[in-house]
Design a binder for this molecule. Structure first.
Ligand SMILES: Cc1cc2nc3c(=O)[nH]c(=O)nc-3n(C[C@H](O)[C@H](O)[C@H](O)COP(=O)(O)OP(=O)(O)OC[C@H]3O[C@@H](n4cnc5c(N)ncnc54)[C@H](O)[C@@H]3O)c2cc1C
Ligand code: SF4
Length: 328
């Protein structure tokens, strides 16, 4: 591990002042960043601890909820308003990591945790374009069982590991960001990037920008929502495929639906094609399967992860059928 300085920010301005230094990194719970520093994959010269900034979870007058970026994952999952109004978010968080890690991990850090691609971590023996741009990617021809089937490139096939972000993508969550250019609010779905030719650039954040909050817009039918995570073990494992969905029905017809997939792409994958196809259709397993097929049309499985295409379709159908009151 390299030498680094440590400062605990007292407010947002203080955080930005320190965070603007070259090679500075914000520190949330440290459950991902410190691991990566131990592995020498992250080498910040300065750590700016932002856990003293807002951790408030506030219901606003318009009905939206604002979650301070320093809120711990456990606090979000246990919050009464979130559990009742956005159960898919509480369930997504509880499906991730362990109780101890969720007690430490913050919302800001969860959004920016890095991929679990095993070749990315193997600094001694593997080539990785994310770690060393231009070096090549050993996952593409290697053991790529956990890798992406949607939106990948010839440079990188890594997936985004966060469960929370999949639920946030389905909910149309907004991310509040502050930097030297002032404050911005952007859709969560615009925060993470697909890999393209530059997998080392993972988000649309500018250097030194700080995530200050996540906003959950009003979505009444999200009371009726599910997060289902399919993984190799019942706990302590990242998603092979996950589905976050909320659906509104009117006399057996899909009035509205929000659905996002995890474990399949470099970013939480909002299923816009599926949603467009389902609106106005009867809420039947045939409609759900047709929409799942449409969403997965462009899937490009690798040598070891072809099973994810079928797994994603089946999980989508099962989740939507459950939301519709039946069982697929
Ligand atoms: C054994 C293990 C199992 C896990 N399993 C799962 C799982 O199943 N599902 C899942 O979703 N996650 C899982 N995780 C990952 C865990 O959720 C993340 O490590 C955690 O959410 C990161 O949050 P943190 O606050 O500790 O972030 P940190 O490690 O402190 O930071 C992560 C990144 O975010 C940046 N950052 C932090 N706060 C801000 C901010 N406010 N603004 C800008 N940048 C910021 C940091 O600079 C760093 O780059 C697991 C982790 C471990 C160790
Ligand atoms: S998939 Fe991406 S993260 Fe994994 S080795 Fe290839 S370039 Fe690196």
């Amino acid at each position: 591990m390299n030498a680094f300085t440590y400062a605990r920010a007292t407010d947002v301005a203080d955080a930005l002042r320190h965070g603007g230094e070259i090679d500075a990194k914000y520190l949330g719970g440290g459950t991902n960043l410190v691991d990566l520093m131990r592995e020498n994959l992250e080498r910040p010269s300065a750590l700016v601890d932002v856990t003293n900034l807002s951790s408030e979870i506030m219901e606003r007058e318009d009905g939206s909820i604002l979650i301070g970026a320093a809120a711990r994952n456990t606090a979000v999952a246990e919050n009464r308003a979130i559990r009742t109004r956005y159960p898919l978010l509480a369930r997504a968080i509880l499906a991730g990591a362990s109780g101890q890690i969720r007690n430490m991990a913050t919302v800001g850090g969860n959004l920016l945790q890095r991929t679990r691609c095993t070749y990315f971590y193997d600094d001694d023996g593997s080539r990785c374009n994310k770690r060393n741009p231009g070096q090549g990617c050993d996952a593409i021809e290697g053991f790529n069982r956990i890798h992406a089937i949607l939106g990948a490139s010839t440079s990188c096939v890594a997936t985004h590991p966060s469960d929370m972000c999949v639920a946030l993508a389905a909910l149309d969550a907004m991310v509040h960001v502050t930097g030297s250019q002032g404050q911005r609010i952007r859709a969560l779905t615009d925060l993470h990037l697909l890999p393209g030719d530059h997998p080392e650039i993972e988000t649309t954040l500018a250097p030194g920008e700080l995530i200050t909050a996540v906003e959950l817009p009003v979505l009444p039918f999200a009371r009726h929502s599910i997060y289902r995570k399919v993984r190799d073990r019942a706990s302590y494992a990242f998603a092979l495929v996950s589905v976050a969905a909320a659906m509104e029905l009117e006399i057996g017809v899909v009035k509205d639906v929000r659905l996002a997939l995890g474990g399949v792409a470099h970013k939480p994958w909002r299923a816009l094609k599926l949603e467009a196809l389902l609106r106005g259709r009867p809420a039947t397993n045939e409609s759900f399967l047709a929409a799942a097929n449409e969403e997965l049309t462009d899937a490009k499985p690798l040598s070891h992860n072809g099973f994810k295409v079928e797994l994603a379709k089946r999980t989508i159908v099962a989740v939507l059928a459950e939301l519709a009151g039946g069982v697929a």
